[in-house]
Design a protein around this ligand. Sequence first.
Ligand SMILES: NC(=O)c1ccc[n+]([C@@H]2O[C@H](COP(=O)([O-])OP(=O)(O)OC[C@H]3O[C@@H](n4cnc5c(N)ncnc54)[C@H](O)[C@@H]3O)[C@@H](O)[C@H]2O)c1
Ligand SMILES: O=c1ccn([C@@H]2O[C@H](COP(=O)(O)OP(=O)(O)O[C@H]3O[C@H](CO)[C@@H](O)[C@H](O)[C@H]3O)[C@@H](O)[C@H]2O)c(=O)[nH]1
Length: 339
Amino acid sequence: MTVLVTGGAGYIGSHMVLALADAGRDTLVLDDLSTGFVGQVPDGVPLVRGDCGDEALLKRLIREFDVTAIVHFAGSIVVPDSVTNPLGYYFNNTVKSRALIAAAVEGGVRNFIFSSTAAVYGEPAVSPISETSAMQPISPYGASKLMTEWMLRDTVAAHDIRSVVLRYFNVAGADPQGRSGQSFPRATHLIKLACQAALGQRSHLDVFGQDYPTPDGTCVRDYIHVSDLAAAHMLALDHLEAGGESLTLNCGYSRGFSVLEVIEAVKRVSGVEFDVRLAPRRAGDPPSLVAATDLIRSRLGFKPARDQLDQIVADALRWELALQQNAQAVAPRKLALAI
Ligand SMILES: NC(=O)c1ccc[n+]([C@@H]2O[C@H](COP(=O)([O-])OP(=O)(O)OC[C@H]3O[C@@H](n4cnc5c(N)ncnc54)[C@H](O)[C@@H]3O)[C@@H](O)[C@H]2O)c1
Ligand SMILES: O=c1ccn([C@@H]2O[C@H](COP(=O)(O)OP(=O)(O)O[C@H]3O[C@H](CO)[C@@H](O)[C@H](O)[C@H]3O)[C@@H](O)[C@H]2O)c(=O)[nH]1
């Protein structure tokens, strides 16, 4: 009974792998390491470097490891990049997910959990956003994920497989025990970038747009702690393994913070005043995304454990500091080699 985690060397996937390891579950990670890191996968958990769209590899792994559940995190995640490279996003997120779903059906895997996103809703008219809100993505990223949701829905209707689709709002923070965090150096997430500015790794932070129809003119997002999100996945897995029906659920806390409020929190928690500059809007950004979360609470019994913004920021800051200290520790050796 192995759980296959695609993208398990990445930010969110690695926190799920930690949760599975903590629960004593047999786990296998499949990751192409395009944005993930070997070091994010805990010791003792096998990691296969490969593509989640490689159907032959998937069939072999499902058979050899007796895979009974798949948690599918692998994908491309940067909203503005999807605007400039739509075909790349449809390929990595949609076409390859089709191969993975096909291999799951053929290999007799009954339980499938999929990382979807608030970006499937586009610019919703009503807030907070419920799961039944209209789905009108405004970015190729959101559309690429919505198409995968549709493939899963139709596959569940036709075959002996059930799924939980989790629509994450904005994921942030790091493992409270300091075992993982957002490590990709070119990550574009607001809280990570603000932490880097607080630690002096960037000269300033840009605020993308101040003329949105929100209370302070900057975009509002529902930030969820990555450890709470991993816990939600464990509940989803328990639900499926107990024979529960297929579900589509928002993952957030039902409260939003503006870009300026997040920046204030990072300044408050770090005690550092960093330079903030006003910049034009970024392509593909909806003004406000806040989740209605009644469904995940009632269907899975989800209870947040780390939902304070300052807590999320403190964990993110600790992780960023650890990355900085590690980089400084290896820098002299690199220099010696260069000489
Ligand atoms: N970070 C967020 O706020 C957020 C919000 C909503 C949804 N999501 C979704 O959650 C999932 C994980 O996101 P993340 O923030 O951990 O990003 P990430 O980039 O850290 O993780 C993605 C992982 O997938 C791997 N990968 C990418 N393409 C692959 C492929 N074709 N085959 C095998 N491995 C591949 C990468 O190497 C990486 O380890 C993504 O599907 C993303 O769309 C993230
Ligand atoms: O330097 C920065 C970085 C971000 N922002 C703004 O901060 C907000 C949040 O941006 P970011 O942290 O990049 O997240 P999103 O673009 O909202 O997307 C995240 O959240 C989505 C769900 O809401 C997921 O689907 C995506 O994968 C994930 O990257 C947006 O309004 C950005 O314009 C800034 O103003 N300055």
